[in-house]
Design a protein around this ligand. Structure first.
Ligand code: SF4
Ligand code: SF4
Length: 477
């Protein structure tokens, strides 16, 4: 499977999960994000690179620090995160969070990687469906296997391992009703599929981070959440603005602030980023997050600074009102939404740490559905009301004409508002990926995200609630 030297963990304590224990004790955790190293470097050097960061992380005395090893992030030429984690020292593997991306993973590979993780003593796994590879077209992406995070969670849950903590990601940084609701629906489906911890997409909007916490509380879902934060550099800002990281956005207002910070000097810019990070980290703890996953820390010395600064910020801000005053004055009430007129699930977010009484969910505006869409929906529901109970080849030609059928192995038209889920370039059936653009377009094209369309149509028919816990199989043959 790999050329990394793996040291298995059969003889060691298998029921131990120290990251989970730390979170359960209520200690605020810093997870330092390390991308799985590229295959262009020697296997020993790849492991050494992570081992150096691990050593620095575990030396922290100020707060609990672990690694979050991400899997082939945007790159096709990386070692798998599970392989890398399995090559680190065996006694600490239960302290780290390890990602598994579904890109290029079929059922057999999922089984292999899951067994490798468990046998090696990895105890904290995060399932992500995976990004499209940089520069690849929709057509090229379609040819790749993408195993959905929900499928991975189901496999892991079935392993029934007492020490295993499994989780998933969500993108709460969406600003219209019909881009936000698919993200929340998918998160609920992941939780129903066994996710025990939720990690957010990277972002800066504390209002959206609080919305997520309030939403989970409202639904009586008391599961740990980790906010993914980024220590910005001018290069990283440029890359985000250029769309290098799908699903991560910088609003025009925030960009103005960053430009202003950079205008003085690089040192000024860096100081501003550290202060922003401190404020965000302290805010996350006060909002009820169990920790943060920090990206942009690529050296042990930087990790040490991050630990010191975050630990100091946690001591500085112990009261929500004190933190909010400082946060607002520092960011001068910057609008983090990429456009005006954003949709918010709750009113009066970011005024208090916890709602006085259960917050009321704002109803979305009725969705815009064109006459052509209504006609298509009516025709498709007339011709294919039971397509899910029939062999997929049934009425294939008519399905191709009316729905653009792509000939998969399991028809799910009735559950998907008669919108073929196979039109998603990653063939995801259970909701939008984190890369959907703020305007609801697909990560990979100028077409509307299939799952935004399904959500719009479901709300148009008054069936939006049905999407919350519907879990669909893949259409893979
Ligand atoms: S889900 Fe789509 S591709 Fe699969 S059988 Fe139905 S219409 Fe065809
Ligand atoms: S259609 Fe939606 S879920 Fe599929 S790749 Fe595009 S943005 Fe992601």
């Amino acid at each position: 499977m790999n050329d990394l030297q793996l040291e298995m963990n059969f003889s060691r304590e298998t029921s131990r999960n120290r990251l989970r224990d730390t979170i359960n004790r209520g200690e605020f955790v810093l997870l330092v994000e390390c991308n799985s190293p590229g295959r262009d470097i020697d296997p020993a050097a790849a492991v050494e690179k992570l081992a150096v960061m691990e050593k620095a992380a575990l030396e922290s005395t100020e707060l609990p620090v672990s690694l979050a090893i991400t899997d082939g992030y945007r790159s096709l030429k990386s070692y798998r995160a599970v392989e890398c984690a399995a090559a680190l020292s065996p006694e600490n593997r239960d302290r780290h969070l390890v990602y598994l991306s579904g890109r290029d993973v079929d059922a057999a590979e999922l089984k292999n990687l899951s067994s490798l993780a468990l046998d090696a003593g990895i105890r904290n796994l995060i399932a992500v469906s995976g990004d499209a590879a940089r520069g690849e077209s929709v057509k090229e992406t379609r040819k790749r296997a993408f195993t959905e995070s929900i499928e991975m969670l189901n496999v892991w849950q079935n392993r029934n391992h007492p020490a295993l903590q499994i989780g998933a990601a969500t993108n709460p940084f969406q600003y219209t009703a019909y881009t936000l609701i698919p993200q929340y629906n998918k998160m609920l489906r992941k939780i129903h599929s066994g996710a025990q911890v939720i990690v957010t997409q990277a972002g800066w909007d504390m209002l959206k981070l609080q919305t997520l916490r309030w939403y989970l509380t409202l639904r009586d879902l008391y599961i740990p959440t980790v906010a993914r934060l980024v220590l910005l550099t001018p290069e990283r800002v440029e890359k985000i603005l250029a769309g290098f990281y799908p699903g991560i956005t910088i609003s025009p207002d925030f960009r103005k602030i960053l430009d202003k910070e950079l205008r003085f000097s690089l040192a000024q810019f860096e100081a501003a980023q550290w202060r922003r990070l401190e404020l965000q980290a302290a805010g996350c703890r006060l909002l009820g997050y169990s920790g943060i996953q920090l990206s942009g820390i690529d050296h042990p010395a930087k990790l040490k600074i991050a630990v010191e600064r975050i630990a100091a910020a946690l001591k500085e801000f112990t009261e929500f009102d004190h933190w909010l005053e400082e946060y607002n004055s520092y960011l001068a009430m910057t609008e983090m939404a990429p456009f005006c007129g954003s949709f918010h699930l709750f009113d009066r977010v970011l005024h208090r740490a916890y709602p006085e009484k259960p917050p009321r969910l704002n109803e979305p505006e009725p969705p815009a559905v064109s006459g052509a869409e209504k006609l298509r929906l009516a025709l498709r529901s007339f011709f294919f009301p039971h397509a899910d109970r029939q062999p997929p080849e049934n009425r294939r030609l008519l399905k191709a004409i009316l729905c653009g059928c792509r000939s998969c192995a399991e028809c799910r038209l009735p559950q998907c508002m008669f919108t073929c889920p196979e039109h998603c370039p990653k063939r995801l059936a259970n909701g939008s990926c984190g890369g959907m653009k703020p305007n609801g377009m697909c990560e990979l094209s100028t077409a509307e995200c299939v799952h935004r369309r399904i959500t719009r149509l479901a709300h148009y028919r008054g069936e939006g609630g049905n999407l919350e816990d519907l879990i669909l199989h893949s259409g893979r043959k």
